[in-house]
Write a protein that binds this ligand. Sequence first.
Ligand code: ZN
Length: 473
Amino acid sequence: MNGTPGSITSGTSNGTSNGKGPSGHASRAAAAAGEGRSCFDPKHETLELGALRALQLERLRGMVTAAYERSAVYRRMCREAGAAPADMRTLDDVRRLPFLEKTTLRDTYPDGLRLCGLDAIIEVHSTSGTTGKPTPIWVTRRDMDAWALRNARSLWMVGLRPSDLLQNCFGYGLPTSVGLQYGAQHAGIGVVPAGIGRQELLIDLIMDLRVTALCTTPSYALYLAEKAKERGIDLATDSQLRIGLFGAEPWPESGRERLAAALGVEAFNEYGMGELLGPGMACECPVRDGMHVWSDHLLVECIDPETCEPVAEGQPGELVWTSLTSDSMAMIRYRSHDISSLSWAPCACGRTHPRIGRITGRSDDALSIGGLVVFPSQIEEVLVRFDEFGSNFCMVVENVSNLDRLTLQVEIRGFDELSDDGKARLAKTLAGGVKATVGVTPRMELHAPLSLPRDTDGQGKTACHRVDDRRSC
Ligand code: ZN
């Protein structure tokens, strides 16, 4: 690719060819060139930095004013923090405003942060994956349109065009991944709203409908590929899949090759939080060096989770999100607890919107084992380097005689064919790799493929199974 924004609009180039036979690419490129419609929006996506920051400030003022006037809860929080809408003179003044936490949403359940009457609401979603009551996320027509537009931008950016067929294998129902469907439809891209579960059907749909793109969690995508293999189908070579959009759980850079090998797709990373309507917040461009945050709609900060002060550009910190255009909710300075980094450096694709790095952990998810801080993502980063690693693992943490003990349960490809000696050698090698990275030597338990517990939360998330902390029991 030549690295100019214009190149993004021209057909299905951008390195998305995966060499899967002649059928698709020429015709798809021709169709894209001829259809005359683009969801690439240079006016906003390549807006000069100063103008982008000015637009953000103008929208921040409007957002804070609306929240202050319409939500008694938010007004009280601002007063307690000694902040008011008139204080927003520069973007840095956002730091005067109070943080919102998940507990804020729970404390104001169900509608303390809602900014409009029910007559304006057209959909209600809900966050998931937490204990306690789910948090309703209210959506107006205007929110819905902006949400669809942001998702359409992301899908267009990674190379999807109206001649593609996208299978959405995120959970349907209250979770917010339906935003990808709205985005695809906004862009004129066909969608198979498949959801998750019934994997035989999902595989049939991919094959029989000649699905070209898949969005789901990386672990569920690998799981589907394994299940297909059991039926003698290699999704990498036998399907028409060419693009994969993966999110909802962190995945390491090394996962890109794994996903490509298992599914035959160019793998892109996307980011969303249910509290801010989920997908459509940030996504990789064809350069694939960080995820562009759609910054005409969102303001992102990267802070030290301990001091809450901003970290230097490019340094690891916690992402804090402000919706600049929400019609219905005061989502201002919401702490994600996702650890990432933020860069305003120019991107070769020409977009000016800042990029966040891949999520490397959660500030509230870190495990302290024997005094060392360990993230599940660090363990995964080690395991995926080994061909023998299946697609699932679990960290079991116990307290034995007042000492923390980490047991790593790992699914191993070809488990049944391995001799006892082979298993012992492999366990030792894996343990050594983990020790070298996180400083803790785990006890190893090797398991057959697909034998560890999998997602049951309805969304394809497996993160809840990555940690089994038994110390508090
Ligand atoms: Zn870019």
